[in-house]
Design a protein around this ligand. Structure first.
Ligand code: EPZ
Length: 433
């Protein structure tokens, strides 16, 4: 597969970027709201939707089911009334794990759903056992066939479900399924990510009765299949995009305003960077780097483990690793959510980073080390959405000219990254394949 590449001119450690980056709505909330539109009785308007490839893929899957999905700038109008299929397209589902969240609303509304093994980033096994166990507890039967699973339940029943561990997609999917169940469902040991509360608050405006979203216990009183009344949904700002730009700004910008975001959803990242020496201040909806003029290498190293929200997000782990290659001292990064999210460090090592893999989930970084241009003909690779950002960030920090391939993976989660970077002074071009 040939894909677009980025050609990037590094700043050689100089903090020359400046300006304002506007943050989009969160991909990981928008995708769930798109799925939840299936629970509604009429067309829904979803606002502040990021225009990235994962959203496009889910829109295409919904169209194949029979829904109408129409873009208007950053709004999506989804009409679920003509859905005629409950079989999720296998080829499209392979492209993104989030397709599995469709199973909840489809099963709850239509009594049946067929789906293939979900795909997504190459960051670990990512099973769906918690979804399946939950559906079974709600009274569904699960028929595991060679390449697909068929789940059926004429009417899901409220019950108590304890997740073996916190799962974002599992919490959201069973929460959505429970809205149309008969009786009360209590979900325990839920994930607490702000995107879950964002979608739950909207569903409540549509007539659902969901209490406790954003905490570890969620109680849902089901409507026994009465559909929800469509109201407008507004996507919460993307804390992962904002955190990514914050880390990039720390290494590459003297002054950077990250606007239209929710600093209160980014406390773990902001607090760590402040202690490391990055000059950051926040307002209600902005994170501002100001007077970041000390030379690279002046930030202090630190150890970190990724954690469910409100801990340090696994989705910002890779940009953080790039940041730590430029901090002074040793840092240990422990990845607790995924077993395969350090492969991208090979790219940073090629550029000169001093990173040792201690075990598949733990690395040791010794910094600062300059990041340098690769030998003629060598290129850098984006391994997944966030690792792609981390490599772009490393290239901008480094000295020389860099080519990054597999940009389609970055496009899955960041809307027009190169345009946002150019607007703050970066030299980055997209070479279309
Ligand atoms: C969401 O994935 C995000 N994706 C991911 O974002 C994010 O990395 C992840 O949450 C953790 O924060 C979307 O929201 C679309 P999980 P999700 O269920 O819901 C295991 C990005 O870059 N697990 O919380 O799939 C699973 O394998 C990405 O935007 C099971 O074992 O994450 C993983 O190791 C990529 N069985 C862990 O739990 C299950 O049934 C957490 O997964 C479910 C999950």
């Amino acid at each position: 597969m040939t894909t677009d590449t980025f050609i990037i001119q590094g700043l050689a450690g100089q903090k020359k970027l400046k300006g304002t980056v506007r943050i989009n709505g969160a991909k990981n909330a928008a995708l769930k709201a798109m799925a939840a539109a299936i629970l509604c009785d009429s067309p829904v308007l979803l606002e502040n939707i990021p225009h990235n490839d994962d959203v496009e893929t889910l829109a295409e899957i919904l169209r194949k089911l029979g829904a109408s999905v129409v873009w208007k700038d950053h709004q999506l109008e989804i009409d679920p009334r003509n859905i005629h299929s409950t079989s999720i397209d296998a080829e499209l589902a392979q492209k993104m794990r989030a397709s599995v969240v469709l199973t909840g609303p489809l099963l709850a509304r239509f009594g049946k759903v067929t789906f293939p093994a979900p795909g997504g980033c190459v960051i670990g096994a990512r099973p769906i056992d918690q979804f399946i166990a939950g559906y079974k507890k709600m009274g569904a039967t699960v028929d595991e066939q060679e390449n697909q699973q068929v789940i059926s339940a004429a009417q899901l029943q409220g019950t108590e479900i304890f997740f073996d561990f916190q799962t974002v997609g599992g919490t959201e999917t069973l929460m959505m399924a429970a809205t149309l169940a008969e009786g009360t469902t209590v979900l325990k040991n839920c994930a607490m990510e702000p995107e879950i509360a964002n979608v739950a608050e909207w569903l409540n405006k549509c007539g659902a009765d969901i209490q406790g979203a954003g905490t570890t216990t969620i109680v849902i009183k089901g409507t026994a299949k009465r559909l929800l009344k469509a109201t407008t949904y507004v996507t919460v700002p993307d804390r992962i995009e904002a955190g990514s730009f914050l880390l990039l700004g720390a290494l590459c910008a003297s002054d950077l305003v990250i606007s239209d975001c929710r600093p209160d959803h980014m406390e773990s990242v902001i607090s760590l960077l402040k202690s490391s020496g990055v000059p950051i201040r926040t307002t209600k909806d902005q994170v501002i780097i100001e007077g970041n003029t000390l030379p690279i290498g002046s930030f202090k190293s630190f150890n970190i483990r990724t954690h469910e929200y409100p801990g340090f997000p696994t989705d910002i782990q890779s940009p953080l690793v790039t940041f730590l290659t430029q901090a002074t001292g040793e840092s240990v990064v422990l990845e607790t959510i995924y077993e395969g999210r350090f492969k991208f460090t090979e790219e940073l090592i090629k550029m000169g980073a001093n990173i040792t893999m201690m075990n598949p989930r733990e690395i040791l970084i010794k910094g600062p080390t300059p990041l340098s241009q690769l030998p003629e003909g060598d290129i850098l690779s984006a391994h997944d959405i966030r690792a792609g950002f981390a490599v772009v960030m490393a290239a901008l920090t480094g000295k020389g000219s860099f080519t990054v391939n597999n940009v389609h993976l970055i496009d899955r989660g960041y809307e027009k990254l190169e345009e946002k970077l150019r607007a703050i002074g970066a030299q980055i071009e997209r070479k279309v394949a």
